[in-house]
Write a protein of this length. Structure first.
Length: 175
């Protein structure tokens, strides 16, 4: 699902009895068991073949569509990561439950649950931003390259886009 603002994604997740992932949860899942690896080639295999939906060519002038998709691809068109999860990078950005605050590794090491809303600086008249992860079909090697597991981007929580979606997390309590 795309074109969905944060509150709507959250409401759907809660309706399912789930939540939206934190930034730390999302990144852990995106790494697929790779320890500390955050390579720029996450969207390509060793032979340079696309293994995620991203922009091939020179953004925004030419997309060669080498991966077979000019826009979003159906879920599962590319191989899963080491945890069996599909489309963790590329295709569409994904909401996380964390408020966006600059700084990445320090913030997650100190507080893996993310910053509280009260600690986020917002310019008057601006909507607070949440962290989005994963990059999208519009990310390219010459433009944003944000399809790395550690890459992050702010997104105003009341805005939706054609290249922004979400996934949910089932938070198991003690069995």
């Amino acid at each position: 699902m795309v074109h969905i603002a944060y509150d709507d994604a959250l409401a759907y997740a809660q309706w399912l009895g789930r939540s939206l992932p934190t930034e730390a949860q999302w990144e852990f899942a995106a790494r697929g068991g790779r320890d500390g690896e955050d390579d720029w080639g996450s969207a390509y295999d060793d032979e340079g073949k696309p293994i995620a939906n991203s922009w091939q060519g020179i953004f925004p002038v030419l997309n060669t569509n080498e991966d077979g998709y000019a826009e979003t691809a159906p879920v599962g068109c590319f191989p899963p990561n080491g945890y069996g999860l599909y489309d963790m990078i590329g295709n569409v950005w994904e909401w996380t439950s964390d408020w966006y605050k600059s700084g990445h590794s320090k913030a997650m090491a100190i507080n893996p649950k993310g910053p509280q809303a009260a600690s986020v600086h917002v310019t008057p008249g601006q909507t607070p931003s949440r962290v989005i992860k994963g990059g999208s079909y519009l990310c390219s090697m010459n433009y944003c390259s944000r399809y790395r597991p550690a890459a992050r981007q702010p997104q105003e929580s009341d805005l939706a886009a054609a290249h922004l979606g979400f996934r949910t997390v089932l938070n198991k309590l003690n069995p």
